[in-house]
Design a protein around this ligand. Structure first.
Ligand code: ARG
Ligand code: ZN
Length: 874
């Protein structure tokens, strides 16, 4: 039943041209498809088309209606034995958009009276629209004609360039789009409905005039301006940094509130979850502004990394996603603070990808098999995939990487290719063999790197022995050593960096260099080292590994104070906090805790330190990350130990908190510039600490901030501080927020999410009550994620109750949700990822809950059944 990479065969058929004529309506749409077919190669395989949930109305081959018996229909497609090279197949099918709650294929967004129709095809949604070769290595030219009632569907959009529009009898109208670029079916899109738009003229560096347009419903169109600006920045950046220009006359983006994922890069017609597009000062936080800019850029960048050069098969998903996330991260770094961006990205990787790599769902960046491809849109494929590209880029240097991508685009434009093709192009452009990096794509699990050091005063030499080891993952017991680039520096005791000279080298080459670890163990010998140095390893997080060190608290505190690498400074603080946490968990001595607090107290007074960086330094690792350190996980104990860290820090900063808060608040304004954002970020953190140190003053400040906030960042931070610290004022503030934002779906999502995450024994009751809120619905993915995922994945104390009640409760919600939207249900089910590491009481409860659901597997979607099966087996 699983699909295997090793089973890949080139398609037996190709499609030169797809002509679609779609008669659109809410309950039923009729799709006429005319496929110009070509045999691919000499094989004799009969034509087999993918199709799911389609009602076939007619089928013609080369102008003749086929009789039953001349074609075979089943649940997954259609076989037409009579098709030959050059044949034209015409089908007419009916689909039911309003009944499509899975949000794949053609579906309705919003209420039937006012909503609009749209599509989501990646990975395999096109087969729910028409019979076709629904695989990414079949590239075809598309001509699409849309027809619908003009009053109900005034706007009609598809991929490519507009190619005429006009009136039809009975109040209907039509519009045609021609996409000159051959594309795989997963990049197909259409949109029809009552939409407004904003637009801007853009001229590419190559001189092509392009209309940029963003479409949204009337109540949202006023919130699209920021995204349009971000789009323009992304287009300029891709021209400058990668030499990539846009290639159609129009670039359209559409916003919807009903979307399973973040956004989709359909050729020339990106479709966005409103969460990643709509922005306004009153309802959008600073973090969200940056996310919107990043996602707009991400989807735009796909035009080259994904669309012009696409994936041969879905195993290669990271070829486009990892590369595009890397491009997106580089863009965001350029638009803001690179050090901060790096810290955020690593922090995301540790919170979302490391647990995946360490759990039952662990898979390689390029998996070798899958049952349901929807379940592989993961942190591993996206975020770890981006780290792999970053390693390659680091290896080649900026110029070498650009040479590599230039060759990749030149060589593979219009093709569907593999990770090997990518590595080959990057290598060929630089006269290097990068194939050893393929193992990074094939091997799951996070490598551990151990460092041992020996300083010899007599010879002034310093030997750094690095060992690597990757723990086994499901289906991959044995791991090979990987090429691991470790960027390192050595600190002298006075905080200066030492010049680095390896044994055998004539002279020192700088104060920072990359050691390439390729074997299970290797020793690097530095000479001319005047004193025992303090190593700074994995600077900039140069490889997605875990460095296991037994660096002493004092040394970590030293690096937290003096590191010149922004990421490593933050990491030193995180390590120190981890040691403090380990001790708190065991009830051991607080040496690390004191060192952490003292170092942060010193940094707190350092006026030269960037406020946003300080905010990050002041934040201990999340409970999820800390929980990963426990062989046997008791979420309550983890929470308690983490509270010790927070409270100790609050106590140590003590009297300094309120003046700092006041100083930051005095400068409050609603502007979005980096300095203002940084101040708000630090203020949020200081307010949280103040609420711990002096609840009365903290709550009073939070209340004032909530009432007088200039924007959502301050308002939400104040609300969160009140709610999380159990302030008397919390209930009233929640009610007022609720009233103020009634009808603003994105703002309400934040209201649900915030409450779902309050760590309390009563969290389940709270979530159950919120599910009865009239604004809650299982049909909207954003709402489900806001409430249920925030609870099950963002509230370890609240979700992992010792009595297991939340496990059994979630299992029931998964059943309900699975009947509505399998891919959302499957994502939510990953909340059980760490169940096997839970302490025995919870583990037994979780296993029983999972087993009860798994027993129903035949009645579950493939999406959910696949996650359950792997979660229980791994
Ligand atoms: N390719 C999209 C992106 O930009 C993700 C869409 C995936 N959708 C899905 N239903 N699997 O990352
Ligand atoms: Zn993507």
């Amino acid at each position: 039943r699983p699909v295997l990479l090793s089973d890949y065969r080139a398609p037996a058929w190709r499609i030169e041209h797809v002509e679609l004529a779609c008669d659109l309506d809410i309950d039923a749409s009729e799709i006429r498809a005319r496929l110009a077919l070509r045999r691919n190669g000499a094989g004799a395989a009969p034509l087999r088309l993918d199709g799911e949930g389609l009602a076939l109305r007619s089928i013609n081959l080369d102008g003749r209606a086929l009789e039953p018996g001349e074609y075979m229909l089943d649940a997954e497609g259609l076989t037409v034995p009579g098709a030959r090279d050059g044949s034209v197949l015409e089908t007419v099918v009916r689909v039911e958009p309003a009944k499509n709650t899975a949000l794949e294929g053609l579906y309705l967004s919003g209420p039937r009276e006012t909503g609009f129709l749209l599509t989501q095809c990646e990975a395999q949604g096109f087969r729910r629209i028409t019979y076709c070769l629904d695989r990414p290595d079949v590239l075809a030219r598309y001509t699409v004609t849309l027809r619908a009632d003009r009053a109900r569907f005034p706007v009609l959009l598809a991929n490519g360039n507009p190619d005429g529009a006009g009136a039809l009898p009975d109040g209907r109208h039509w519009a045609r789009f021609v996409d000159p670029h051959p594309k795989p079916s997963y990049l197909f899109a259409l949109v029809a409905g009552r939409l407004e738009h904003i637009e801007r003229d853009y001229v590419t560096a190559e001189g092509r005039a392009v209309k940029l347009r963003i479409f949204a419903e009337a109540d949202a169109i006023g919130r699209c301006g920021y995204a349009l600006d971000a789009l323009e920045r992304a287009m300029r950046w891709d021209e400058r940094v990668y030499g990539r220009n846009y290639d159609l006359d129009v670039f359209h983006i559409v916003a919807t509130h009903d979307f399973n994922m973040g956004a989709m890069e359909n050729k020339g017609l990106n479709i966005f979850n409103a969460k990643y597009l709509l922005a306004d000062p009153d309802a959008t936080t600073d973090d969200e502004y940056r996310q919107i800019e990043a996602v707009v850029a991400h989807e735009y960048f796909h035009n080259w990394t994904g669309n012009r050069v696409t994936c041969r098969d879905w195993f290669q998903l990271s070829l486009k996603e990892g590369l595009t996330v890397f491009r997106e991260q580089s863009f965001s770094a350029d638009m803001g603070s690179p050090a901060l961006k790096r810290i955020e990205d690593v922090s995301t990787l540790r919170r979302a990808q490391f647990p995946e790599d360490a759990g039952p769902l662990a898979h390689a960046v390029r998996p070798a098999q899958y049952c349901e491809i929807n379940n592989f849109y993961t942190a591993t494929v996206y975020e770890k995939g981006a780290e792999l590209v970053r390693m390659l880029a680091g290896r080649l240097g900026a110029d070498g990487f650009r040479r590599g991508t230039d060759l990749y685009f030149a060589r593979h434009d219009g093709q569907a290719v593999t990770v090997e093709d990518f590595l080959k192009a990057l290598g060929d452009a630089n006269g290097l063999d990068l194939m050893p990096y393929l193992d990074w794509y094939r091997q799951a699990g996070t490598p551990r790197v151990r460092a041992r050091e020996v300083y010899d005063a007599a010879t002034r030499s310093y030997a750094l022995t690095l060992g690597q080891h990757t723990p086994p993952t499901p289906g991959q017991a044995q791991k090979r050593p990987l090429p691991i680039p470790l960027r390192v520096a050595l600190f002298a005791r006075d905080g200066r960096l030492l010049p680095l000279r390896l044994e055998g080298e004539a002279a020192a080459a700088g104060e920072e260099r990359v050691l390439e670890l390729t074997a299970a163990e290797q020793t690097f010998r530095f000479v001319d080292v005047p004193e025992p140095p303090l190593p700074s390893l994995l600077r900039g997080f140069s490889a997605p590994v875990i460095v296991e060190s037994d660096e002493a608290p004092a040394d970590l505190a030293f690096r937290l104070r003096h590191e010149s690498d922004g990421y490593n400074r933050w990491d030193a603080g995180q390590r120190l906090a981890q040691l403090a946490f380990d001790a708190a968990l065991r009830g051991g001595p607080g040496t690390a805790l004191v060192a952490w607090c003292e170092a942060l107290a010193a940094l707190f007074d350092d006026a030269a330190l960037d406020a946003a960086l300080l905010a990050e330094l002041l934040t201990p690792p999340s409970a999820v990350e800390l929980g990963e350190r426990c062989a046997e996980l008791d979420p309550d104990a983890v929470h308690e130990a983490r509270e010790t860290l927070e409270n100790s820090l609050a106590a140590r900063l003590g009297a300094a908190l309120e003046p700092r808060y006041r100083a930051l608040h005095a400068q409050a304004d609603g502007t979005l510039d980096a300095a203002a954002q940084a101040r708000r970020r630090l203020k949020r953190r200081v307010l949280d600490l103040l609420c711990r140190h002096d609840p009365a003053r903290g709550h009073a400040s939070a209340r004032l901030q909530f009432d007088g906030a200039h924007g959502m960042t301050d308002r939400l931070a104040a609300l969160a501080a009140l709610v999380r610290s159990g302030a008397r004022e919390a209930g009233d503030a929640l009610a007022r927020y609720r009233r103020r934002y009634d009808g603003n779906a994105l703002a309400l999502d934040k209201w649900f999410a915030l409450q779902a995450q309050v760590p309390a024994a009563t969290a389940l009751q709270r979530v159950q009550a919120l599910m009865r809120d009239p604004a809650f619905t299982l049909r909207n993915p954003n709402r489900v994620y806001a409430l249920l995922r925030s609870y099950a994945q963002g509230n370890p104390v609240g979700f992992h109750r010792a009595d297991g009640a939340a496990y059994f409760w979630l299992v029931e919600r998964l059943r309900e949700l699975d009947a509505i939207n399998p891919s959302v249900a499957a994502r939510l089910a990953t909340a059980f990822n760490g169940w096997r590491r839970l302490e025995p009481v919870r583990r037994r409860q979780a296993q029983q809950a999972l087993a009860a659901l798994a027993a129903d597997a035949p009645r579950l979607s493939r999406d959910l059944a696949d996650i359950l099966e792997r979660t229980l087996a791994g």
